[in-house]
Design a protein. Sequence first.
Length: 200
Amino acid sequence: MTYTPEGETRERVFRFVRERILAGRSPTVREVQAAMGFSALKTAYQHLENLVAAGRLRREAGQARGYRLPGFAAAIPTLIPLLGQVQAGALTTAIENPDGYLPVLANAEPDELFALRVAGASMIGAGILPGDIAVVRRRPTAESGEIVVAMVGDEATVKRLRLTDGRVELHAENPDFPPLVPPPGAVTILGKVIEIRRML
């Protein structure tokens, strides 16, 4: 049996609980136990309580599904539009193709957020895989080093933004893909990627 460091296991617990809360339903301790494969219910409870002690979760007493994310009054998600697909690879023509809605909890107005399904493998080094859903906060600017959804002409891509001597560069997180260095004025920032969702 391989040993998993406690901190790594706790991070997996946090990610699972966070995804379930953002999907609109906080998990029970028993559901955490089953998802993580813990042999004892107490193990799941201890990980959850340690996350509460660290300030990463909060717990409402007397509720079976009482774990919450700090900063949110309740686990009631806002629905944001899933607008279609964005390429993490070669540039492709941006065609808005609405594909339903995605529940999120975020400190933002609903119309500030949208989601796109990622296609391509250029961002795998940043943990963004083909089929993932990127939650994007609309904004026309971004800091160097942030992951953005950008338009180059009428083509869209998700890349890491680099600002070098006033020049905009769009960098992949995969050595198989070269940086994109569009001519001045050719790039429009649509927004910053603030979250990645993945269905297992």
